[in-house]
Design a protein around this ligand. Structure first.
Ligand SMILES: C[S@@+](CC[C@H](N)C(=O)[O-])C[C@H]1O[C@@H](n2cnc3c(N)ncnc32)[C@H](O)[C@@H]1O
Length: 236
């Protein structure tokens, strides 16, 4: 199994299941690193949840940062991607080394039953392709799945930040008033090729059940304009 087979699987699934795959190619390393910032950052062992591992591009970044007692659960809806991931845990040495602490679940992440179970949730689901009600359901599911104090990094379409629909407003209210919105990392448009025009961001939040948002910062990534970057991403 190599990068070419990852790309082939991704392209085929994009053509077959466009709306849930959402992208022609797997994520790059820079995006993976931005999503994995909370992995390995806690004091004790972490339970990590990755929604939609696809061919494992972000999973590789998670594995690079996992501590020796950390466990990773991956929830994948598409059976072809799930089979690809099973093979990766047999074939790729870095994946094989941690296979006994990694658990693949086939299904929809919003249907997971656990509550307050995870320290970290990482999501690269193509929420751009989902209705605002479905986006709301998924973000609520992430909040339910996190332990209090657990942290999430979720790729969201700009609608979550600026949309005027009832569902979009409810999502922002939940993030700001029920939990602690830590930051928003604005991603360069076109990060999900070939949708050059799609604007997305990573929303970072901590589950508190009691609010706590004091200020949030929009952090433009790779804009090429140093003056627009108000805080280093590592300070969030
Ligand atoms: C844009 S791809 C991202 C894949 C990988 N994380 C990456 O960054 O390269 C989205 C992935 O989420 C999966 N997916 C979509 N909806 C899902 C859902 N509701 N639950 C679990 N997985 C889902 C897709 O099958 C696909 O593997």
């Amino acid at each position: 199994m190599n990068r070419l087979s990852d790309y082939q699987t991704f392209l085929t699934q994009f053509l077959r299941s466009y709306s849930t795959t959402g992208s022609v190619l797997p994520s790059g390393r820079a995006l993976g690193r931005a999503l994995c910032r909370h992995v390995g950052a806690g004091g004790g062992p972490q339970r990590i949840l990755e929604a939609g591992p696809g061919t494992g591009a972000v999973t590789g970044c998670i594995i690079d940062r996992m501590g020796k007692d950390d466990h990773l659960w991956m929830v994948e809806l598409n059976p072809t991607f799930a089979a690809h991931m099973r093979r990766a845990f047999e074939d790729k040495p870095s994946f094989r080394d941690v296979a006994s602490r990694c658990h693949l679940i086939e299904g929809r992440v919003q249907e997971l039953g656990q509550e307050a179970h995870f320290d970290v949730v990482i999501s690269g689901l193509p929420l751009n392709n989902f209705s605002s009600d479905d986006v709301r359901t998924i973000l609520r599911a992430y909040a339910k799945l996190l332990k209090p104090g657990g942290r999430a990094a979720v790729i969201v379409p700009d609608g979550v930040l600026f949309g005027a629909s009832t569902a979009h407003k409810a999502i922002r209210k939940m993030l700001v008033e029920n939990h602690k919105l830590d930051g928003i990392v604005k991603l360069p448009s076109g990060v999900f090729r070939p949708y050059a025009g799609v604007s997305t961001a990573i929303v970072l939040f901590t589950k508190t059940n009691s609010g706590g948002t004091r200020i949030f910062t929009v952090l433009p990534e790779n804009t090429g304009r140093r003056d627009t970057i108000r805080n280093a991403i590592s300070s969030v």
